[in-house]
Design a protein around this ligand. Structure first.
Ligand code: BDP
Length: 601
C-alpha cells in the first residue's frame, strides 16, 4: 500500500482536528443510522487521539461498542479531474466510513490503514460532504488481538482482554483526503535491496504496479544530492549501484526512487519512495546487517500518552526517539501492534532498527493464571483461537507487510507476542502463518516472542522461526526479590535455548515494575535501585551467552493498563515514567549502551 504523499500530480488535505463525537449509546440518538443526520449532543473529539481519556467520564473511558465521529468537508474545487481518496491511518478496532448517507468502506483491524475511492462513490470536486465514521472497539475471539465479551451481574456488557495494555480506541492516527490521477497511475511499489559482501555494490530490486491503464515509466534512483545514480524504463527490474552509500544502524543514508508515468509523451503521475540500501541476513547465531553482526540494544515500547492514549503526536514521537538515542539504544520493537507510519518514516530517516509486530497478543488463555483469571479451555481450539481467528491473523500479517515492506528500518517481522506455544494446536495454528509471512516477504527474518510457560523442551513452534524472541521475568514474577536465584535460573534456561536451537536469541522483554522516586537500600522490588540491579543482572547473563544478540528492556516508559490488583496506575516497568522522566535505570542503560550517538552523515 502506497504511503500518502504530495507530488506534482498528487495532493493531500488533512482532516485532522476536532470532529463531532457521540457514543452509540447516547440516549439522544433518534435514528439508528447516525450518518443520516447530525450527531446528537455537542461533544467534540480531537483526531488523532484515542477518545478514552479525553473526557473525565467512566461511560466514555470504558465504553464497549461503537462511537461516531462526524464533520463536514469541502472537497477542493481545484481537485476537479482527479481521483479523490479518503485514507484512515487506523480505526481501532473496526471502522466504517460514510459519505453523506453512503457507506464507502468498512475495515477490520485496529492498527493498519484503509481507504475508499470517493470519486467512484460519486463525490465531486467543490462539493461539501458530511463524513461520518463509526469506530468499534470490540474484541472477540475472532479479532486480532483476541478478546471476549461477557455480561456482568448488572447485565452490562464488559470487554475481556488478555493483554496488558489499556484498550484505547478511536481515530488515533491521521485521516486525510488525497488525490491521484483519474486514470493511469502508480498503484504500488515494492523494493528489495541487497549489498555485496565486500560492500562493492548494492542492488535495488523494484516491482511497480500501474493502476487505471497502461503507460510508460521512468524509474530513477536519485542520491541525496539529486544526482541520478541509475535508471530504468521498465516496471520491474534490478538496479545496480556501484559503491553505494549504505543504510544501516545510525547511518540513515536514503536514496530516492523517483517514478514518472507517462501516456502519449506527457507525465501523468509522479511518485517518490525513499530507499535505504542494506542487507539483513542470519548466519548461525548472528544477526547480520550489511554483513556485520548487529546487537539489538533498546526497548519494547507502547504507543501510550496521557490524555491522547494511542494518539500519534509528532512532538512526543521525536522526544521518545531522542530519549532512546540518549540512552545509546539502537532499536525497538513495536510491541504489541503496528505503530503509526510516521514512526517508521522517522526510523528510516535516522537509522533506527525496528522489529515490527503484528497485533497478535493475548493468544494465550493460561498466561499468568491469576492475572487474567483461570481458564480451562485450550487456546488453539474451537473454543478460542480457531480457524476464523487464524484467518484474521493472516489478514493482519498481510496488511502489515503491505504497509511496511519498503522500510529499511524494519529488519524483522514479529508475528505474535507470548502465545500459548506449549499448548496443543499451537503448531497447527502458527505454521501456516510463518509460511505466509515468508511467502509475502522472503527477505526478512521472522520471529515471535516466547513466554516463560513454554520452555525449550515444551515450546511447539520455536523451530519455525529464524530468530527466537524471549520474554523473561525471573526476579520479578518469580524469584521476586531474589536476584541471585533469578540469575542462575535465567542463565540455565537461556543456555538451553541456545544449545537446542542454534540460532539468534533476542531478549525482547525483561524488566521490573518500579515506582519512580521509591529508593531502598538494600534494593527491594518496586524501588529504583532494584530495577537497576535487575537489569544489570540480566546484562551479566546476556554477556555470557553468545547466541543472545539483543536486549530490549520492558518497557521504554510506564504505560496505561486496565484496572487490576497488580497494576497501580498502569504498568510501571518503564525506564522512563509515563511523562518521560528518567528513572535511575535510564542511567544504568546509558552506561551500558554508550549514551548519545550521532548519526553518520
Ligand atoms: C509480558 C507481556 C507484556 C506485559 C509484560 C508485563 O508481553 O505485554 O506488559 O509481560 O507483565 O507478558 O509487564
Amino acid at each position: 500500500m502506497l504511503k500518502v504523499i504530495a507530488t506534482s500530480t498528487r495532493e493531500v488535505k488533512s482532516l485532522n482536528g476536532l470532529w463531532s463525537f457521540a457514543l452509540d449509546t447516547d440516549p439522544k440518538f433518534t435514528s439508528s443510522s447516525p450518518w443520516e443526520s447530525t450527531l446528537p449532543g455537542n461533544l467534540e473529539c480531537p483526531v488523532p487521539a484515542s477518545y478514552n481519556d479525553i473526557f473525565p467520564n467512566h461511560a466514555l473511558r470504558n465504553h464497549v461498542g461503537k462511537v461516531w465521529y462526524q464533520r463536514l468537508v469541502r472537497i477542493p474545487k481545484s481537485w476537479d479531474g482527479q481521483r479523490v481518496f479518503i485514507r484512515l491511518d487506523s480505526a481501532t478496532h473496526e471502522g466504517e466510513v460514510y459519505v453523506n448517507d453512503r457507506l464507502v468502506v468498512k475495515h477490520v483491524g485496529g492498527y493498519t490503514p484503509f481507504e475508499a475511492d470517493l470519486t467512484s462513490a460519486g463525490v465531486k470536486a467543490g462539493e461539501e460532504v458530511r463524513i461520518t465514521i463509526g469506530v468499534d472497539n470490540i474484541l472477540t475471539r475472532h479479532s486480532i488481538p483476541p478478546g471476549e465479551l461477557q455480561k456482568n451481574e448488572l447485565g452490562k456488557t464488559v470487554q475481556i482482554i488478555r493483554h496488558d495494555f489499556f484498550n484505547y480506541a478511536g481515530l488515533a492516527r491521521s485521516v486525510r483526503l488525497y488525490t491521484v490521477p483519474l486514470d493511469v497511475r502508480v498503484g504500488d511499489i515494492k523494493v528489495v535491496t541487497d549489498v555485496e559482501e565486500k560492500g562493492g555494490s548494492g542492488t535495488v530490486k523494484f516491482d511497480l504496479k500501474l493502476e487505471g491503464g497502461d503507460g510508460t515509466v521512468t524509474v530513477d534512483l536519485v542520491d541525496r544530492d539529486g544526482k541520478i545514480v541509475t535508471t530504468s524504463d521498465s516496471c520491474s527490474g534490478k538496479l545496480t549501484v556501484p559503491n553505494p552509500k549504505l543504510w544501516g544502524p545510525g547511518q540513515p543514508y536514503l536514496y530516492n526512487l523517483s517514478i514518472k508515468v507517462s501516456t502519449t509523451g506527457n507525465v501523468v503521475d509522479e511518485y517518490s519512495l525513499p530507499v535505504g540500501i542494506r542487507s539483513v541476513k542470519i548466519s548461525g547465531t548472528q544477526f547480520l546487517i550489511n554483513h556485520k553482526p548487529f546487537y539489538f540494544k533498546g526497548f519494547g515500547r507502547h504507543e501510550d500518552l496521557t490524555v491522547i492514549g494511542k494518539g500519534h503526536d509528532d512532538g512526543w514521537m521525536v522526544y521518545d526517539f531522542e530519549l532512546m538515542r540518549w540512552t545509546g539504544a539502537n532499536s525497538f520493537r513495536t510491541s504489541h501492534y503496528p505503530y503509526a507510519e510516521e514512526v517508521y518514516d522517522y526510523a528510516d530517516r535516522h537509522g533506527w532498527i525496528v522489529i515490527n509486530e503484528v497485533a497478535a497478543v493475548g493468544l494465550n488463555l493460561h498466561l499468568g493464571g491469576g492475572i487474567f483469571g483461570k481458564d480451562e479451555r485450550d487456546t488453539f481450539s474451537d473454543e478460542y483461537c480457531d480457524a476464523t481467528t487464524q484467518e484474521t491473523h493472516k489478514q493482519a500479517i498481510r496488511e502489515l507487510i503491505a504497509r511496511d515492506y519498503n522500510h529499511p528500518s524494519v529488519v524483522m517481522w514479529c508475528i505474535t507476542n507470548e502465545p500459548g506455544s506449549q499448548e496443543k494446536g499451537a503448531r497447527e495454528y502458527f505454521q501456516p502463518l510463518v509460511e505466509l509471512t515468508k511467502q509475502l516477504d522472503p527477505h526478512r527474518p521472522v520471529t515471535f516472542t516466547n513466554m516463560g510457560m513454554a520452555l525449550p523442551d515444551t515450546d511447539k513452534i520455536a523451530d519455525l522461526f529464524d530468530v527466537i524472541g524471549i520474554n523473561r521475568y525471573f526476579g520479578w514474577y518469580s524469584e521476586t526479590g531474589n536476584l541471585e536465584l533469578a540469575e542462575k535460573k535465567l542463565e540455565e534456561e537461556l543456555k538451553r535455548w541456545a544449545e537446542k536451537y542454534k540460532r539468534p536469541l533476542v531478549i525482547c522483554e525483561y524488566g521490573a515494575d518500579t515506582l519512580a522516586g521509591l529508593h531502598m537500600n538494600p534494593a527491594q522490588p518496586w524501588s529504583e535501585e532494584y530495577q537497576c540491579e535487575f537489569l544489570t543482572m540480566y546484562h551479566r547473563v546476556f554477556d555470557r551467552i553468545e547466541a543472545v544478540v539483543g536486549e530490549h528492556v520492558w518497557n521504554f516508559a510506564d504505560f496505561s493498563t486496565g484496572p487490576g490488583i497488580i497494576r497501580v496506575d498502569g504498568n510501571k516497568k518503564g525506564v522512563f515514567t509515563r511523562d518521560r522522566r528518567p528513572k535511575m535505570a535510564a542511567h544504568t542503560l546509558k552506561n551500558r549502551w554508550g549514551g548519545l550517538w550521532e548519526e553518520a552523515k
